[in-house]
Write a protein of this length. Structure first.
Length: 186
């Protein structure tokens, strides 16, 4: 209930401060994958990919978030600091592994961190990662949209396990929400 109230407060505040040419788009993430040097563990680096609609061409991204549930392979730690990196190579979740299809085992991605978040060790905690800068670069064609990879910042040998939210449809593993402003009409 508290999380819903915080989200509702944020949305009301956003609605108060945005202009009349602001809009909102939400969708399921079309491709989600886990790659790991040990696939039988279920833990690995998380990959997310979604197509942006044509309505986002030429807009300003006010806020974009990736929403998912994951548990870190934390050992004794209860939280894990994660970074989101844009992928630099196209991929399909059906034929993906740690080594096959990548120039570098573990994925081909930029070396710049565009977003971070903390993931707690509880399976039922929804994580919201701010991916505004990445989505804006995709919209501006500064970066090609090959999706993004999520990795731990403190130890590259730590991994995540993705979970589904019982309130979402069974095949939905992540969502993307984008608030944007269209150019003013002349």
């Amino acid at each position: 209930m508290k999380k819903k109230m915080i989200l509702l407060s944020f949305l009301m505040l956003l609605a108060f401060f945005v202009t009349a040419n602001s809009a909102y788009w939400e969708a399921s993430v079309t491709q989600v994958a886990t790659i790991s040097p040990n696939p039988s563990s279920g833990f690995g680096r998380l990959l997310f990919k979604f197509d942006l609609p044509d309505q986002l061409n030429g807009v300003t991204i006010d806020y974009a978030e990736l929403v998912f549930i994951a548990t870190p392979d934390t050992g004794r730690s209860y939280i894990c600091l994660m970074g989101a990196y844009p992928l630099t190579k196209n991929w399909e979740s059906a034929n993906l592994s740690w080594s096959d299809g990548w120039t570098t085992p573990g994925g081909d991605f930029t070396d710049t961190i565009y977003s971070t978040c903390l993931i707690r060790s509880s399976q039922d905690r929804v994580t919201r990662m701010d991916i505004t800068d990445i989505v804006q670069m995709w919209v501006d064609s500064t970066l090609t949209n090959h999706g993004l990879i999520m990795m731990p910042l403190e130890d590259s040998n730590r991994f995540l396990k993705l979970h589904t939210d019982p309130q979402w449809p069974p095949d939905e593993k992540a969502k993307v929400r984008i608030f944007f402003t269209t150019p003013a009409r002349q």
